[in-house]
Structure formats: C-alpha cells, structure tokens
Design a binder for this molecule. Structure first.
Ligand SMILES: [Zn+2]
Length: 259
C-alpha cells in the first residue's frame, strides 16, 4: 500500500486473523490490443505470484460453492478461500487455468450465457469462452456459475426481466453441463434487495457481490476485487481482511497531514 510505512503494514499483518476470502479476478493474460482501460487483466506472471502467495500463507482454496457450504454448516473456515473469475475470458482459460491446475487448485468461473463465443462487451478485442470451452473447463473440476444472460445491470432491469436473466442463464448452463448450477455473480456487482429476492427465486444458493469485506450473506457474498495494482503486500492485506482498515488509516494520515 503506497504511502503506508512498512512498520504499520507488518504490524497489521502480524495481527491478522485468517478470515475466509473470495478473490474476484476478470482476465488473466495480456489484452490483445494492449489496451485495458478498466484494469480487468492481470498478467499470467502476477497471477502465478498471487497463487504462490496464497499457498505460502497456508491458505486452502475451494470453489465458491464449497466454501459457502462450509460456512453455512458452521464449520471452522479460518484459512479457507476461493478464487473466482468473472466474464469467462478465453485468455483466462488459456493463461490462468494451467497455473491453477499445476498447483492442484480449484476455482469458480462466472459466465454470461448470451455472450458465449463472442466479444467481451467492454473489451471487444477479447473473446469470451465458447460453450464447448466452458464444458471442457467444467470437466476438469472448475465450478461454473452464472453471470446473467447479457451482462446486465440487474437492479435497473425491473424485477421480471432480472428474474428472466437469472433463470435463463442458470437453465442454459445446467443444460450445457448436465449438472446443477448453484452460484452466480452479479454483473458489475450491481444488485439491490429486489435482485437478491430474484436470485433466490431463480434457485441460486449463492450470489457474489464485488465489494470488499462484509458480512457473509449467501446471496451477497463479499469478494475482494483484484486489479493489476494488487502487489503481493496488497494481496496479503486483502487476504487478512484488512484492506478497508489500511485504506482508512491511509486516509486518516492524509487528513492529518493536510491540517
Ligand atoms: Zn462481469
């Protein structure tokens, strides 16, 4: 964390507990046109470093659904975490999955079913996985979850249309995979109380938000977004559930300096 003295950072790390976490990645690899205005991609090298950090810290990774099952059962979940990917970029398949497989690590990929095989809506140079690629990924043990039909702002659609997106994306994936789809992620992390009701009505056990640490609610699971700016130290702080605190400390120091 820039501007934060190393002594404070290491004190926070020493004081850390080991709450469960879900990391939210988008693309892994190098964007085809070299442009990534939204910071959606981390390099394969950086992703591999993140995995090695997670393992070196002694965490065990599960799929999102398996992590939630342990939390819901009241089991001890200290030291457990999950890695998730939104949007099912073809590059994520090619660049992230071999790094996970080499370490024997599970993950969860969230797929917008209406975009399969086509360009990403915000990075048209990048392709979304095809139905066949998603099926092959699921066969390797990767959990597949839904991400609406066309990557919609679900809270802005109206209840009937949002429910339609939630139901349809689940049905399409279950048909494609021949197995239950238990989890989804809200596109843009956009949801409200009505969206949560719709996600429940559509039959999901879990739905992921994007925001950082928060209460563990099944249909608004907190995730830590990971951008290219997430260094190893920042990742360690995120894993420790302390990122919000560090930001508040940094803000406070800034305010004090300006006085
Ligand atoms: Zn998305």
């Amino acid at each position: 964390v820039s501007g934060l003295p190393a002594s404070i950072g290491s004190a926070l790390l020493r004081a850390r507990r080991r709450p469960p976490f879900i990391l939210c990645y988008h693309g892994v690899g190098t964007p085809a046109d070299g442009a990534d205005p939204h910071g959606l991609f981390v390099s394969r090298e950086q992703f591999a470093q993140h995995l090695d950090t997670i393992l070196a810290e002694g965490y065990t990774l599960l799929t999102v659904s398996d992590l939630w099952s342990r939390i819901a059962a009241g089991e001890t979940v200290s030291g457990l975490g999950a890695v998730s990917f939104d949007d099912a970029f073809e590059q994520t398949d090619r660049e992230a999955m071999p790094e996970l497989a080499a370490r024997g690590l599970p993950s969860t990929v969230y797929v917008a079913t209406g975009l399969l095989g086509g360009p990403h809506p915000h990075m048209p140079g990048e392709r979304i996985m095809t139905a066949q690629e998603v099926r092959e990924l699921a066969a390797t043990g990767v959990e597949i979850g839904a991400h609406s039909v066309d990557h919609a702002h679900l809270s802005q659609l109206g209840e009937a249309a949002a429910l339609g997106q939630l139901r349809s994306s689940r049905e399409v994936l279950e048909e494609l995979l021949g197995q239950p789809v238990r989890s989804m992620a809200y596109p843009f992390g956009d949801y409200d109380a009505e969206t949560v009701r719709s996600a429940r009505a559509a039959g999901y056990e879990t739905a992921c938000a994007c925001a950082g640490a928060g209460p563990w609610e099944a249909l608004a699971l907190p995730r830590e977004p990971v951008f290219p700016s997430v260094t190893t130290l920042r990742l360690q702080i995120k894993l420790a559930g302390l990122y919000g605190h560090v930001h508040r400390v940094a803000e406070l120091r800034g305010r004090l300096r300006r006085r």
